[in-house]
Design a protein around this ligand. Structure first.
Ligand code: ASP
Length: 333
């Protein structure tokens, strides 16, 4: 049995559920002695799905999948796919706004309860990039694939080749070219990257993040969304976090990893998100010009969210209810 599976099985059989930092030894001499980190979770959780922005249907899809007993990562990917396929969404998947040269390039990553992760960058010919990131995690020896290599791998895996630039997005881009002014808009159309965290009936946490990145970015630009630790991080012993907004600022502070580490050290998801936002604004006099938002979920099913500017919403599905939560913000005018 692999070390990772051994840890999981130990916790499922009850060995690891009780808060303990004691070593668990296994009778099989070929197995290592494993230090089981403290697990706070004491009761069987009700499933929870949370996601960035008012992606109501995506979050409900994930929540219902969890309720039906689906594993955390399956549910997160099913949820995110709703927006990857939504032609009207100009910031995720097909229909996304292109870079300044007219190329739609998608970024995504996933992370599961075992601490495994996969990521794809600058994918321009297939829309279900979160599922593709999962394939990278499961079917390759790598964590990240970019550009043409990721696309070739996608076809090998049976993903459909598609033109991601819709007529509407092309027309908007042609309009933009008239001024070519690059100024990312705060809360663009009130929806943006979809980042999702899920807690399943086993108490396992996973996450997925998918985006077309900033509108009219430079060709080749990649933000935080496919970068494990920045756009998304999950540690199944602690919880998870995802980000949306100005990717450059999230990258500089490795925001999602920071939030999970703060939760590990005892902060609530809410306090951890607030601290991660604070780390950005204290170093940026120009924070008034950009949005960053985080959401987080811990092992006990507590959630939190915080952002720089008013206008960010977190969706939360729990006990059959899918709630839109207006998130508190730093910049009170
Ligand atoms: N974080 C994404 C990026 O920088 C964009 C967004 O969420 O608004 O690519």
């Amino acid at each position: 049995m692999k070390r990772r599976n051994f840890i999981k099985n130990a916790s499922l059989t009850g060995l690891g559920v009780v808060a303990s930092s004691a070593a668990i030894s296994c009778k099989n001499p070929s197995e290592e002695i494993i230090e089981k980190p403290t697990m706070k979770q004491t009761k069987k959780p009700t499933p929870i799905a949370i996601c960035t922005w008012r992606f109501t249907e995506a979050n409900a899809t994930a929540g219902k999948a969890l309720k039906a007993g689906k594993a955390a990562l399956d549910a997160a990917i099913a949820g995110v796919e709703v927006e990857e396929e939504n032609l009207k969404n100009t910031t995720v998947g097909i229909g996304g706004t292109p870079d300044r040269e007219g190329n739609v390039t998608l970024d995504a990553c996933v992370m599961n309860a075992d601490g495994n992760c996969g990521s794809v960058l600058c994918v321009s010919t297939t829309k279900n990039v979160a599922a593709l990131a999962r394939k990278v995690m499961e079917e390759t020896p790598h964590v990240m694939l970019a550009g043409e290599g990721a696309e070739a791998f996608a076809y090998e895996q049976g993903f459909e080749k598609e033109n991601l630039l819709t007529d509407t997005a092309r027309e908007a881009w042609q309009e933009w070219l008239k001024t070519s002014e690059y100024k990312p808009i705060i809360n663009i159309e009130n929806h943006d990257t979809i980042g999702m965290l899920t807690l399943d009936t086993n108490g396992d946490i996973a996450g997925a993040c998918s985006t077309s990145g900033l509108s009219y970015k430079m060709k080749g630009r990649v933000g935080d969304s496919p970068i494990i630790g920045s756009g998304l991080f999950v540690d199944n012993e602690v919880g998870g976090a995802v980000a949306t907004g100005m990717g450059e600022e999230i990258l500089k502070t490795v925001g999602s990893f920071l939030i999970v580490e703060l939760m590990r050290n005892g902060l609530s998801p809410q306090a951890a998100c607030e601290e991660a936002v604070r780390r950005i604004v204290i170093k940026n006099e120009n924070y008034k010009d950009f949005q960053v938002a985080y959401i987080a979920l811990n092992k006990d099913g507590e959630t939190g969210a915080y952002c720089i500017h008013e206008g960010f919403t977190m969706m939360k599905y729990q006990n059959g209810e899918n709630e839109a939560i207006a998130v508190d913000f730093y910049h009170k005018k």
